[in-house]
Design a protein around this ligand. Structure first.
Ligand code: SF4
Ligand code: SF4
Length: 221
């Protein structure tokens, strides 16, 4: 999701790599679940998130849409996001003890928080959102440890490829004067990257790379 705010307004003014230390550690949240409620449609999922969720819960994408997810439009592209439910607008995966019930396969944005990604020149770095986490005595932690994602180099390649692919799709939609083009493109992306099941989390990156290659060929980009 593109945000029209300056980095200086929302961050500590620094950019971080996976090897840097960042003041994000919140001592396992200790009873706080502030960032698991009232998040609206902002916890947007990528294909790896959906692969992890369908494998972790043993269900398909449609079952997730019937329960824990919703579809929304992000910069012209239809993408799934976590559903906030009830009067308190809590994430559907938050349990009665205020803990994440899917911690080991939680989405990438949940792994990052309160970090964000800043994309530039075909890559990205991390930034620390200064007013988002409610804990005030946060400790320093290595970014790679905080993000808690196996094979982080490969994950970086995937995250980057997905981000710039969506950018290209968005530009194609904006440039097209044919309304049905965007509708069909969105259906194509949903089908190829989200609805069609992935074999396993272990083979996800290979499967994604093949699907991306096919999409780019079909779209001529
Ligand atoms: S998936 Fe887990 S960590 Fe993410 S918002 Fe929901 S309860 Fe919180
Ligand atoms: S706001 Fe900070 S302390 Fe609270 S749940 Fe989120 S990351 Fe944990």
């Amino acid at each position: 999701m593109k945000r029209n705010v300056s980095l200086d307004e929302i961050s500590d003014g620094r950019l971080y790599t996976e090897n840097d230390m960042v003041k994000a550690g919140c001592n396992e949240c200790q009873g706080c679940f502030s960032c698991c409620q009232g998040m609206g449609d902002s916890i947007i999922l990528d294909p790896l998130d959906v692969c992890r969720l369908t494998q972790g819960l043993g269900c398909d994408f449609q079952a997730l849409l019937d329960s824990h997810l919703e579809l929304g439009v992000v910069d012209g592209i239809i993408l799934p996001h976590l559903k906030m439910a009830g009067t308190e607008e809590k994430c559907c995966f938050l349990n009665e003890e205020g803990r994440c019930s899917i911690h080991s396969f939680r989405p990438g944005i949940c792994r990052l928080f309160p970090l964000g990604r800043y994309y530039e020149n075909g890559s990205f770095q991390y930034f620390l959102q200064k007013n988002e986490c409610k804990k005030t005595n946060r400790t320093k932690v290595k970014v790679s440890k905080w993000v808690d994602t196996p094979d982080i180099g490969r994950n970086r390649e995937f995250v980057t490829a997905w981000h710039y692919f969506l950018n290209e799709c968005e530009e194609m939609c904006q440039a097209s004067e044919d309304e049905s083009f965007c509708r069909n493109l969105n259906l194509y992306i949903l089908n190829l990257f989200f609805i069609r099941p992935y074999e396993s989390v272990e083979t996800f990156y290979e499967e994604f790379t093949e699907r991306l290659r096919r999409a780019k060929k079909d779209m001529g980009c």
